[in-house]
Design a protein around this ligand. Structure first.
Ligand code: 3PG
Length: 305
């Protein structure tokens, strides 16, 4: 059995070492394709592998077609919008994610970017503090819960909206449960976004929703760029000089945002919320173990297709 790790954005070496020994200890062959530049390299590498570990790498119908022996793809991370689930299902390929494994890293970066912009990107001009500000968490999953934990440490007032989570379990964490998304956006100084990208959410963070933000409102996006209606946000930021936007996923219209609203936006150069050694180890090791449990015991916990 051959298990391939294929990532444009490489895991930390410590994570690769651990994945490799988990795979080889079980007598399987470990293969590695990192920082590949063309889809052809991926098509070639998957040719005779049985299992695949990826990050945000695009696993299209074409890739799945090229992988004749493939039985399982594990997306080492949370969001699996990069994998063609229908095509995988049609080919009897199991797709899994590794929920929760990188969520602390993403949450720390969300708060870190908030401090950075609140302090005017560390320029001399007086900034503001997070203490006593309201943060609204849009979707209370693994990352949202970690953001809540850290935000409380900053002394923020923490609220969350999630139609899929019972209000009682949000309130059990000492977080105010908000019943409508409009109310969340209308009442919080910071909105931290943690929704997945799917047909229901793409472009859903639009002008009509964002216009509810109170004066000085800041949108923090460590989810997916596709959920933002960039035209709508550009329009709102042109109309209101108090609105700010922070993301670790550079928007498609990055140049427009930076040229027009230089001091009110911050984007990391590449998507990097989950890019810590710890998150790489947690997600990579979980992926390797899930593959082995699947191959040896047929365990399909964490299957998403
Ligand atoms: C995720 O969905 O787990 C995060 O967005 C991290 O993505 P990455 O593995 O490409 O950094």
């Amino acid at each position: 059995m051959k298990i391939l790790v294929a990532t444009v954005k490489p895991f930390a070496p410590a994570a690769i070492n651990k994945i490799k020994s988990i795979v080889e200890d079980k007598g399987y062959e470990f293969l590695l394709l990192e920082k590949y530049e063309t889809n052809d390299q991926l098509l070639d590498a998957v040719k005779d592998v049985d299992a695949l570990i990826v990050r945000s790498d695009k696993i299209t119908n074409e890739v799945l077609n090229a992988a004749n022996n493939l039985k399982i793809v594990v997306r080492a991370g949370a969001g699996y919008d990069n994998v063609d689930l229908d095509s995988a299902r049609a080919k009897d390929v199991v797709v899994m994610n590794t929920p929760g494994q990188n969520s602390n890293a993403v949450s720390e970066l969300a708060l870190g970017m908030m401090v950075y912009l609140a302090r005017n990107k560390f320029q001399a001009k007086a900034g503001t503090e997070l203490k006593d500000k309201k943060i609204g968490i849009h979707a209370y999953g693994n990352v949202g819960q970690n953001v809540a934990r850290i935000a409380k440490g900053f002394g923020m007032d923490v609220f969350a909206y999630d139609p899929f989570v019972a209000n009682e379990s949000i309130e059990d964490d000492g977080v105010g449960a908000i019943d409508t998304v409009e109310e969340l956006y209308g009442s919080c100084d910071y909105i931290s976004l943690h929704i997945p990208a799917n047909k229901h959410t793409i472009n859903s963070i639009n002008y009509d929703l964002l216009k509810n933000l109170p004066k000085g409102g800041t949108l923090v996006n460590t989810a997916r760029k596709e959920v933002i209606d960039e035209e709508g946000l550009l329009k709102l930021m042109a109309e209101r000089d108090d609105i700010k936007y922070i993301s670790d996923i550079p928007p498609d219209r990055r140049e427009d945002f930076e040229r027009k609203f230089k001091d009110r936006v911050f984007f990391t150069p590449k998507k990097m919320g989950a890019q810590t050694m710890e998150a790489n180890i947690n997600a990579g090791v979980a992926a390797a173990k899930q593959i082995i449990r699947f191959l040896e015991e047929g365990d399909i916990t964490f299957k998403v297709n």
